[in-house]
Write a protein that binds this ligand. Structure first.
Ligand code: SAH
Length: 279
């Protein structure tokens, strides 16, 4: 249990909270590596999500023009404010990252890069939110559970290929930077982590975004089933749309996708064609 406790500056102790997905980085080489990959510049704004006890914060604040450190745990917010009281370019924001309007937060800056050692339990949800706000968040450096990182970059046909892979591929260029062993954190998690870089693509290739994600989600609904069977079992809304376009068989034929294919084998191009056939 002792490694779950760490001293705060005020002399108090903070017990890592599982519910907040708290695994604090303690390995200075890893911290340095992340900050070097991010390479904060004096003329830019950075957003850190889940600042925790400030392991990354201090290094980023030293190099960035302006840093917003978002932290949801109200026990940690005063610790951060106290620790960085003299750091004038840093604003500690007590908020749920899933609710933050980043484009507004960073004003008057128009864009900000993101760095985050994400709470694993909400990493998929946060990733979706960040992607939705990519207009002002052109680049993100994210520590993810390795298995999630593998899903993020999974190519068509790879076992981890799923909704998350298609979503990220559609909007971002994703690169795996390096893996991080569990021992780099306190408390020590059960799994390995991976740092990934996501860069927002300047353009996307499809028009109806809602329909796209509705279709991809339906396609992956039951992973063992074919795309054809998943489309036929889609929610009433989407099914009506499919019927209006001539039925599942017809739209798959039209987009040159064999009926027995599974969603995990489809390329982004094929998803795009499928949605075009539905539009
Ligand atoms: N960046 C720190 C902490 C990582 S642990 C480090 O590397 O040491 C993840 C952090 O995210 C925790 O501090 C946790 O309290 C915070 N967190 C959890 N859920 C959050 C949410 N919804 N919004 C913002 N921060 C959150």
């Amino acid at each position: 249990m002792s490694d779950q406790l760490s001293k705060t500056r005020a002399g108090g102790r903070h017990r890592a909270k599982k519910s907040f997905g708290q695994n604090f980085l303690v390995d200075s080489r890893i911290i340095e590596r992340i900050v070097n990959e991010l390479a904060p510049r004096a003329d830019e704004t950075i957003v850190e999500i889940g600042a925790g006890q400030g392991a990354l914060t201090s290094h980023v604040a030293r190099r960035a023009g302006k840093l917003f450190a978002v932290e949801f745990d109200r026990d940690l917010v005063p610790v951060l404010r106290d620790k960085f009281a003299a750091q004038e370019n840093l604003t500690v924001v007590e908020a749920d990252a899933l609710e933050v309007e980043f484009c507004r937060l960073i004003e008057p800056a128009e864009t900000a890069r993101v760095v985050a050692n994400l709470p694993y339990n909400i990493s998929t949800a946060i990733l979706q939110r960040l992607i939705a706000q990519r207009a002002c968040l052109p680049e993100m450096f994210l520590m993810l559970q390795r298995e999630v990182a593998e899903r993020v970059v999974a190519a068509p046909g790879a076992s981890g290929r799923g909704f998350l892979s298609v979503l990220v591929e559609a909007y971002c260029e994703a690169d795996i930077l390096f893996d991080v062993a569990p021992e780099a954190f306190r408390p020590v998690p059960k799994v390995w982590s991976t740092v990934v870089r996501l860069s927002a693509r300047p353009q996307i290739n499809f028009e109806n975004e809602d329909l796209m994600w509705q279709t991809v989600s339906a396609g992956f609904a039951q992973r063992r089933k074919t795309i054809f069977n998943n489309l036929r079992a889609a929610s009433p809304d989407l099914r009506t749309r499919i019927e209006e376009a001539g039925g599942a068989e017809q739209i798959l034929f039209q987009s040159d996708i064999a009926l027995q294919r599974r969603a995990e084998t489809l390329t982004l191009d094929e998803w795009t064609r499928l949605v075009a056939a539905l539009s």
